[in-house]
Design a protein around this ligand. Structure first.
Ligand code: FAD
Length: 215
């Protein structure tokens, strides 16, 4: 393949897929290199966006902004890929211990924004054994990760911007940064979270002090 691009994206997980879309929208030429590991995180993830977290079910940091942003971003992606990938759902939380039931009830008394008790606690008795009852976390969102990745990949192949092979750092003489970072160039900011890798060899004026965050 002989091609000149501004940017390489290593990995077509959820981050690489979104970043590719953002670069396309910003008019930045790019190539995605992905070796299609069968057990990469995005492909096996549940795809759940949960508004509460941890044993105390505290509200997920910045959840209102994140949910609004997720709805907007996945909506945009659906427009490009031709079908929806984000559905609203709820999580049924069977209490594994009396302590967890108490934690749920305490949290519900403090803030009922995302938590509810079921109208009929016996509803799932024929399907599950749960002597301590259950609570409901709602609304949550579920992303069809496998469908999204496959559709994004198919589109990238069609556009000729996906190279299906392993990227070996040694053979590319480019500036390379690892996950959890942002890159700024003349065309704006790009932010990547997760285990993917982004390489930005061709941003004129991209200075190292403008690279934020590392892991
Ligand atoms: C079991 C499981 C369940 C999860 N459930 C949830 C959940 O419900 N909700 C949630 O928010 N998060 C969940 N996560 C976390 C979430 O899946 C990850 O944070 C996210 O998918 C990371 O995406 P990524 O694009 O950064 O990386 P990855 O999905 O790891 O994508 C990286 C891509 O890069 C490719 N690659 C790597 N190295 C190379 C190379 N050298 N050359 C070429 N290609 C390469 C891989 O093949 C892969 O396709 C879960 C994770 C796991 C493992």
């Amino acid at each position: 393949m002989s091609q000149q691009v501004n940017t390489l994206i290593i990995g077509q997980g959820i981050c690489g897929s979104f970043l590719s879309l953002e670069l396309e929208a910003a008019g930045v030429s790019h190539l995605v290199i992905d070796e299609a590991r069968p057990f990469a995180a995005s492909g096996i993830a549940a795809g759940l966006i949960n508004p509460v977290t941890g044993r105390r079910l505290v509200t997920t940091w910045m959840i209102d902004e994140l949910l609004a942003s997720a709805r907007e971003a996945y909506g945009r992606l659906s427009g490009v890929l031709g079908r929806p990938f984000l559905t609203e759902t709820s999580v049924t939380d069977f209490f594994p211990s009396a302590q967890m039931r108490l934690a749920f009830l305490d949290r519900l008394a403090e803030d009922a924004s995302w938590l509810q008790l079921p109208a009929d606690e016996a509803r799932w008795k024929d399907c599950f054994y749960y002597e301590l009852g259950y609570g409901v976390i709602s609304p949550c969102y579920l992303v069809d990760m496998q469908g999204l990745l496959a559709a994004a990949r198919q589109r990238m192949v069609g556009m000729g911007i996906l190279l299906e092979q392993r990227f070996e750092r040694g053979i590319w003489r480019f500036f390379l940064t690892m996950c959890g970072m942002g890159i700024s160039g003349r065309k704006g900011w790009f932010f990547v979270m997760g285990s993917g890798v982004v390489i930005a060899p061709g941003f004129p004026g991209c200075r190292s002090r403008r690279i934020r965050g590392r892991c």
